[in-house]
Write a protein that binds this ligand. Structure first.
Ligand SMILES: [Zn+2]
Length: 250
C-alpha cells in the first residue's frame, strides 16, 4: 500500500492502518516485538467491540486500496489522497476520483406456519444449514432482492418482507442486510447450482438436530445465527443459545 490510512480518533488517540507484507520475514521488527499477526476473523470473538470494529474497518479499507491501484476509466495508476479515504487517477487529463465502496447483500429467515426455511450451499458440511443470502443486483430494491433470492434458490414465494438488522462483512467489502419474511406456501424447488438442500425446520427439529448433533448452525457472531435465534427464541421454551454447546458451530 502506498500510504497510511487515518482511521479516526478513539479516546483522544489517533488510529492508523498500514499494510505490511504477508510474508512475516519482511515485517519490521517494531511490529513483531508487540505480538503476532492473526486473521481478524479468528480474533473477533475475543476482542472488545470497539477494537473489533476498528480492525474490521482497517482490514476493509486496506483491501480497497489494494484493489483500486489503477484507474478504471483510463488505466493509469491511482494515488491515495485525503488520509487514505480517496484515490485519484494520476493522469491530469483524467483525474477520476475513487471512494471506498460497500456491496449490499441480503440475508433472510423465511417463515411458514411454525417452521423456518434453511438451506445448505454446495461445499458446506453435510449437516450445516443457514438462512438464504445473496447480493443485491443493480437497480434492485432490498425487498425485491429478498423476494428474488428466495425464489431463485428454493422456489418459495414470499408475501411480506420485514427488516431485522445488519452486519458489515468487509471480506472484502459487503454489508449483510438481514430480513424476515413469510412464505405463501411450503413447496420447495431447489436450484442445484446455488444450493444443495433446503428444508423447513420446526422448533422441535432444530432442538433435536442440535441435541443429536445432526444439525450445524452458523457461528454465533453471524447475522444468520442471530436471525435463526430471534425466530427460535420467540416460541421455544429454551433459547437457542442455551441448547447450542459453545464448541458446536462450524
Ligand atoms: Zn484515469
Amino acid at each position: 500500500m502506498d500510504a497510511y490510512v487515518f482511521l479516526g480518533m478513539q479516546t483522544e488517540k489517533p488510529y492508523f492502518a498500514i499494510e505490511v507484507p504477508a510474508n512475516e520475514e519482511n515485517v519490521p521488527k517494531i511490529f513483531t516485538d508487540f505480538g503476532q499477526f492473526l486473521d481478524v476473523r479468528k480474533v473477533g470473538a475475543i476482542i472488545d467491540t470497539n477494537k473489533g470494529e476498528l480492525l474490521i474497518y482497517a482490514r476493509g479499507i486496506t483491501h480497497w486500496h489494494q484493489s483500486q491501484k489503477y484507474c478504471g476509466v483510463c488505466g493509469h495508476p491511482t494515488e491515495s489522497r485525503d488520509g487514505g479515504h480517496m484515490r485519484r487517477c494520476i493522469n491530469d487529463n483524467c483525474g477520476q476520483q475513487f471512494f471506498p465502496r460497500t456491496d449490499p447483500a441480503i440475508i433472510v429467515l423465511v417463515k411458514y406456519g411454525d417452521k423456518c426455511l434453511l438451506a445448505r450451499p454446495p461445499g458446506w458440511k453435510p449437516n450445516g444449514y443457514a438462512t438464504i443470502a445473496g447480493f443485491v443486483e443493480p437497480g434492485e430494491s432490498l425487498e425485491s432482492a429478498v423476494v428474488r433470492e428466495v425464489y431463485e434458490e428454493t422456489g418459495v414465494r414470499i408475501k411480506s418482507v420485514t427488516y431485522h438488522s445488519s452486519q458489515p462483512w468487509p471480506f472484502p467489502c459487503s454489508i449483510m442486510l438481514g430480513f424476515t419474511a413469510e412464505a405463501n406456501g411450503p413447496n420447495i424447488r431447489i436450484d442445484e447450482d446455488e444450493i444443495e438442500d433446503a428444508k423447513w425446520f420446526s422448533h422441535a427439529e432444530i432442538y433435536n438436530g442440535i441435541k443429536d448433533r445432526r444439525l450445524l448452525l452458523p457461528p454465533r457472531l453471524s447475522i444468520s445465527y442471530s436471525l435463526i435465534a430471534n425466530w427460535y427464541d420467540k416460541s421455544g421454551e429454551v433459547t437457542l443459545a442455551e441448547i447450542i454447546p459453545i464448541d458446536y458451530t462450524w
